[in-house]
Design a protein around this ligand. Sequence first.
Ligand code: F6P
Length: 542
Amino acid sequence: MAKGSALNSLMKHRKRLDDVTMREQFAIDPNRFQRYSATGAGILLDYSKNRIDGDVMSALFDLARAAGVEERRDQMCEGEHINITEDRAVMHMALRYQGDKPVPVDGKDVMPDVRAVLKAIENYTNAIRSGEIRGHGGAQFTDIVNIGIGGSDLGPAMVTLALEPYTRADLRAHYVSNVDGAHIHDVLKRLDPKKTLFIVASKTFTTDETMTNANSARDWIADTLGEEAVPNHFAAVSTNIPACAKFGIREDRIFGFWDWVGGRYSVWSAIGLPIALAVGYDNFAKFLQGADAMDRHFLSAPLEDNLPVIMAVLGVWYRNAWGFSTHAVLPYDQRLSRFAAYLQQQDMESNGKSVTLSGKSVGWSTGPIVWGEPGTNGQHAFYQLIHQGTDVIPCDFLIAAKPHESLPPHHDKLVANVLAQSEALMLGKTKVEVVEELKAQGLSKARIKELTPHKMFPGNRPSNTLFYEKLTPETLGSLVALYEHKVFTQGVIWNINSYDQWGVELGKQLAKALLPKVEGKQSGEGHDSSTQGLLAYYLANK
Ligand code: F6P
């Protein structure tokens, strides 16, 4: 984004629309939905309930073109090291590529390796699910515990929940991520070690939380079944194969991936192993196919019809021209209850940056705070603020046309609610409407005057609605890839590196330095008074 001209142009459009409401725009234009909706990879995006008109959208697409979104997209596909600070290619699309062309990274076609790992996952998954591979004492596995954090946890955990209808009751997946011992303790207390398989998932295989949990799991198996049982109860997923072997994982149970896959983009890699175990390899393959369908849409559709690009430029519009700082993701799908948490890492770890590619301070706002919970639960919690609070929060609503279960009238009610929310946010409720309503209830003039301001809704609050036929593995793959490409596009427009995450390092470094002091092995001197005070409290009370 070139600070002066691009921002100025957006601000001019914003001023022009300051006094125009969507309510008026819908009244004037009966084709607004047709004009501002698009489809790709089986997903319908209705973006008509946004503060936009044709000129705004043209300016936003011009901005994306001028920022080089198309060129950057090509560079990413060609394996250029667009992750400049880590000097790496960004090739997660290769993990789900369904075509037969070579995909070169650093001069080597990566597809044979990608397919070999997928084959190994398929074989291992089938062998666990059929009972061919069993625990040390010969019992069939009933519980899989994935130990990982960040990208090595959030993706598989979110997908396993989302694809619950495809899981088997006799093979359950659990996820342990937090270094808080409560997490592993509470998961293991219900499990039988003889029937439990652990997957240690870590790109680096050095992440402290994961290694601490992995060691506790290892002790649990060794203490209950004997040291010799360990190799039969562990598998690993990592780019660091020697470290996996050192931990004691059998060579044929180590599933690799590569440094051109970022942690938060790794759900398509062997990091998806617990998904394949939980829902079967064929369904995992369909998840990859759905993502590939969205990739093809992203790579080929003109920017004006391109779902990820449309969502990206709308996000830029709100962030940079209107100053809206948060973005809510509100799936009307209970099984997408971890979707917002997953997107928090995908979006905020990618675009939570404040220097440009050349290391200068950005002169504009970058990634928003992403948050959300499934509807209708959110309606009874935080929607009050979305409707009547002082902040405007652009929302994405997600909803399937068909539920997995036949439980009328649940789904019709769910759909009525999601449609009502976006309509209510857009329309609001005017003073005249409130007064009419209160008069009809027979309230006194004085009471009407008192209540009216409380019952008015400002409206003109923006939202997208993503509609899809059913939450299948394919649809979920397409949805996740849609958001990945949205984040990519925004990163290009903001001229930042969406693929590094230096911001998590400082806390890690300080925690390492503090550990011996927390353990009481070193004095806490030299820290600020707050840290020293908290340390003293801990040591006195532990
Ligand atoms: O939070 C930082 C981070 O590096 C994430 O990007 C990554 O997903 C997570 O830690 C876990 O890393 P690893 O898979 O190497 O254990």
